[in-house]
Ligand binder design. Sequence first.
Ligand SMILES: [Zn+2]
Length: 95
Amino acid sequence: MGFLDFFRRPDAARDRVAIEIDIAAGVLEECPVCRGVSDRQRDDRLPAADLIAHQRFDANDASVAPFAGDRDDLLQRLRKVRDRFGYNCTCQDAG
Ligand SMILES: [Zn+2]
């Protein structure tokens, strides 16, 4: 992502961070075969995603810089970004 993209598409940058944290927490799954992301309805993993988000803000982690300190926005996005993913990734749908 270029420097200008950061300002032109703040939503995309924020969504990318939210997706990355969801995957790290196990809310979303990244397929090792097609690299597609799927939502296995792991609501039980959301608290772990929230925790990672808080830890990154507490540590002033560079990955959450696009949020400019807005924790609530990230916490909401951890849930909202799941809407775009199906239960199966592309290769599972094909197989
Ligand atoms: Zn796949």
